[in-house]
Design a protein around this ligand. Structure first.
Ligand SMILES: [Zn+2]
Length: 261
């Protein structure tokens, strides 16, 4: 591998791994040049920030995950300030998840929080990391209302039509280990069709380990397996695929400053 070859895990939760230091060493050995450690709540934020402060190749995001359904008034207390941290490269993860509690109250909180985090992104000129599950129309509606903001639909599992609508808004699409699963025909179709300059890869570790690591805790090193799978799916050269998708990460998360060897 040449020293300038890039491979970036665009979405992981290093602070939830049993041994993040070992995972980072393993990732570097497999050629991973950087990881984006995603913040999902107030409680985990200090750990996410500490990861990015301790490692030149780890960057942070700060946001409130839709699963927690935290009211804006509560997130207001810490999130705007967290976003001013010098290692923060995006707002999120935020978004909508209607796969669990779909009470009117929960949905209202999620929608309000998502719209507010998009407004914060606009104000701070940051991209957003979006989680969306069983909430396609509402997710796209709220994204459309926040014109001028771009980001990534992470761990994409929706239809090509949704991907197309998000691409039209300027968003990127990120593939997790799910794309390597046998029953993932719909996700694989999206992975084939997204223009190469709008595609990212991620682990979402510690969850969703790709083939051939299924059943094990996921780690950033395994982004190499997902990259190899998608490159093969698209019939493109692996080194070129890694480079392209990494350049995409650096274009989207434009506050990332990589110190290359
Ligand atoms: Zn995540």
């Amino acid at each position: 591998m040449s020293s300038t070859e890039l491979l970036i895990d665009s979405h992981c939760h290093l602070n939830y791994l049993d041994d993040p230091e070992l995972a980072l060493t393993t990732a570097r050995e497999r050629g991973v040049s950087a990881c984006v450690c995603i913040g999902v709540d107030e409680k985990g934020w200090p750990d996410v920030a500490a990861m990015a402060e301790a490692h030149e190749d780890v960057f942070a995001t700060a946001g409130v995950h839709p699963d927690a359904a935290v009211p804006v008034a509560q997130a207001q207390r810490w999130l705007p300030e967290a976003l001013t941290h010098p290692r923060v490269v995006a707002v999120g993860e935020t978004g909508l998840d209607y796969s669990g509690d779909t009470s009117a109250e929960n949905i209202a909180i999620q929608r309000e929080s998502f719209a507010w985090q998009l407004a914060l992104a606009k104000e701070q000129q940051l991209p957003v990391v979006v989680h969306t599950r069983e909430a396609c129309d509402d997710t796209l509606d709220i994204m459309r209302q926040a014109s001028g903001v771009i980001g990534v639909l992470h761990c994409f599992t929706e239809t090509w039509e949704m991907a197309e609508a998000a691409l039209a808004l300027g968003y990127y699409i990120s593939m997790s280990g799910i794309v390597t699963f046998k029953n993932a025909a719909q996700v694989q179709e999206v992975a084939r069709r997204v223009p190469i300059d709008r595609l990212l890869v991620e682990t979402d570790s510690p969850w969703l380990a790709p083939v051939p690591h299924r059943g094990k805790p996921n780690q950033p090193a395994y982004v190499a397996d997902t990259a190899a799978f998608v490159a093969d799916l698209r019939g493109c050269d692996l080194a070129e695929f890694k480079q392209q998708t990494s350049v995409n990460v650096l274009r989207l998360f434009d506050r990332m400053r990589l110190r290359l060897p």
